[in-house]
Design a protein around this ligand. Structure first.
Ligand code: RB5
Length: 153
C-alpha cells in the first residue's frame, strides 16, 4: 500500500512518528512535507496529499495539523475524499467500517502519541462493511454531483 502523508508545523512531530510506524507495517510512505516546525499554512499540505490520492500516486492519505480540524476541512472539499478526524481507536475503526475513509486525520497537539500505533493498525486493517453504508456513501456522491452541476442537493 502507498501512503501519502502531510502535516503543517503543528503536526510535524507526529508526522515523523507516524511515518516510522507506517513503514514498520510494510507500507511505502510518500512524505509531502512539511519538513520542519517552521510555521506553514495547512491548506497547502492538505492539497498535496489529496492530489496524490486523486492522481493515483497513493492509495491512502494521512494528514496532521495541530487539532486535525483545518486539515479535515480542506480535504473534505474534494469530491471522492472521505477524510476522517480520528481521536481514538474506536473512531479510527468506525471510519473504515462505516465511512470507508481514505484519509486519516490526526491532531498532533491533542492526540496522545501512545495511541497512534493502535489507531494506525486498525485504520489500515479494518475493511469497509458496505451494505447500508454503501447506500449512504452513494448519497454523498449524489450530493457532490448536484453541487458540481449547480443543482439543489
Ligand atoms: C496552526 O497553529 C494550527 O492552527 C493548525 O495546526 C491546525 O490546528 C488548524 O486547524
Amino acid at each position: 500500500m502507498r501512503v501519502a502523508i502531510g502535516s503543517d508545523h503543528g503536526g510535524f512531530r507526529m508526522k515523523e512518528f507516524v511515518k516510522n510506524v507506517v513503514r514498520d507495517m510494510g507500507f511505502s510512505v510518500y512524505d509531502l512535507g512539511t519538513f520542519s516546525e517552521d510555521p506553514v499554512d495547512y491548506p497547502e499540505y492538505a492539497v498535496k496529499v489529496v492530489k496524490a490520492l486523486l492522481n493515483d500516486e497513493a492509495d491512502r492519505g494521512i494528514l496532521i495539523c495541530g487539532t486535525g480540524i483545518g486539515m479535515s476541512i480542506v480535504a473534505n472539499r474534494f469530491p471522492g475524499i472521505r477524510a476522517a478526524l480520528c481521536y481514538d481507536v474506536y473512531t479510527a475503526k468506525m471510519s473504515r467500517l462505516h465511512n470507508n475513509a481514505n484519509v486519516l486525520v490526526l491532531g498532533g497537539r491533542v492526540l496522545d502519541f501512545k495511541l497512534v500505533p493502535e489507531i494506525l493498525k486498525v485504520w489500515f486493517t479494518e475493511d469497509f462493511e458496505g451494505g447500508r453504508h454503501e447506500r449512504r456513501l452513494k448519497k454523498l456522491e449524489e450530493i457532490e454531483v448536484s453541487i458540481e452541476e449547480g443543482r439543489d442537493p
